[in-house]
Design a protein around this ligand. Sequence first.
Ligand SMILES: Nc1nc2c(ncn2[C@@H]2O[C@H](COP(=O)(O)OP(=O)(O)O)[C@@H](O)[C@H]2O)c(=O)[nH]1
Ligand SMILES: [Mg+2]
Length: 403
Amino acid sequence: MAKIVGLVGKANVGKSTFFGAATLKPVEIAGFPFTTLKADRGVAYITAPCVCKELGVQDDPQNSACVDGTRLIPVDLIDTPGLIPGAHQGKGLGNQFLDEVRRADALIVVADASGATNLQGQPVDPLTNDPIDDIKMFEQEFDLWLRALIHKDWSTISRTAQTAKEPISKHLEQKMTGLGISRSQIARAVKEAGLDEYRSYQWSEEGFVNFATQLRKVAKPIIVAANKADREGSGDNIKRIEEAGYKVVATCAEAELALRRAADAGLVDYTPGDSDFTIKNPEKLTGGQTKALERMREKVFVKWGGTGVQEVLNTAFYGLLNMIVAYPVEDPEKLTNSQGQVLPDCFLVTKGTTAKQFAGVIHSDLMEGFIYAMNVRTKRRLKDSYELQDKDIIQIVSAKSRR
Ligand SMILES: Nc1nc2c(ncn2[C@@H]2O[C@H](COP(=O)(O)OP(=O)(O)O)[C@@H](O)[C@H]2O)c(=O)[nH]1
Ligand SMILES: [Mg+2]
C-alpha cells in the first residue's frame, strides 16, 4: 500500500503554501496517471540519485521522472485544516482534521519558526509565540483524541484480553485499523511504554496515558517543518526545536512556491532540492522581481542551503517511513521493460520488502506467476526471501507477464 504523508499544524503557518509548492508538477511524467485529486490531496515528489548516472545510461522513465540524474518519484501528500486548541473535542475543524490525519502514515508538523502567529493562527509580533508550543499543541490534541477513543470500551477490551491470556494488541487491532494503526504498531507502543501486553486490565491510568502517547509516536511519526525560516530570529527558534528532541528542517515554503513557478515560466533554472538557482533571462524580469529573487537567495539559500521543502518530504518517506527505492527491469542486459524503455520505473518500498513481495508491488500477476528474481548488477539469482536494498535493480522472472 502506498504510504501517505500529511501536513498538519495550526492556521497560517504555511501548510497550504507548502502543499501548493510540493504538488506543483516540476516536470511532465508521461506514464503517471494523474487522476483528479481533491484540493487537499495531491501528488508530491521525493527525489533519489538515479542509477542511470552510475550505469552511464540514458534512461526513459515512465512512472517517475529523471532530471539531470535525479529521479523524481510521485508520492501522496495531504493538506489538513488548521488545528486549534480543543480540536479533540471537535473545536474548529477538529473532526475533519482528525479524519484526514487517520489516513496519513507520517506527519509533517508545520510550525511558524518566526514566532509571528499565535495558537489561534492570528498574526502577532515576531518572536512572541514559541513554535515549540505549536508542536506541543498538535501532540496534545492528538493524544487527547486518541486516548478518548481507546478509552471508550477499554475496560471491556482489556478485561477480555487479559481473561483470555492474550495480548492486548490482538484485541485492540480491529478498533485501530480505521486509524491506519496495525497490530504490530500497537505491540510496539506497549513495549515502548514499558507495559505488559498480557496484563492490560491492570495498567494504571498513567500507564494507559503513556501507551496512547507511544502509539501516536509509533503510528504517526512526525518531522517538523520550521517554516518562515526566511524571517529574522527564526534561527534561534529552530535550534531550540532541535534541542527539544524533534526532527526538524528549516523551511521557506513561500520561496519554494515562487521558484517552482518561476522555473515553470522558464525564468529560472531550479530543480526541487537544489541548493541554489540561476536566473535564466535577466532581461525578462522586472527590477522588482530580480530584487525579490536576490533577497530570497540571501535569506533562504545562503542562510539555510535551500528551501528545505524537498528535504522534509524526503526525510518523511526515507527517514520516518523507512522506505527505499528499487528499479524493476525485464531485460537485465539492456535494463529495459518489454517496450525497450530503459530503467522505466522506480518504486518506493518499505525496508524489509522481499523480492517476491516486490513482484506484487509491481503487479499482482507477476507475484502469482513468480519464478525467481535476479539482482541485475551482479547477475545473481535471489532467494524469494531476499530483502531489497536501496537502489537495487531487479529482474522478476514470472510465468505470468504483467500484460
Ligand atoms: N515569510 C514567509 N511567509 C510564508 C511562508 N510560507 C507561507 N507564508 C505565508 O504565511 C501565510 C499563511 O500561509 P498558508 O499557506 O495559507 O498557511 P496555512 O493556514 O497553514 O495553510 C501566507 O500569507 C503565506 O504567504 C514562508 O516560508 N515565509
Ligand atoms: Mg491552509
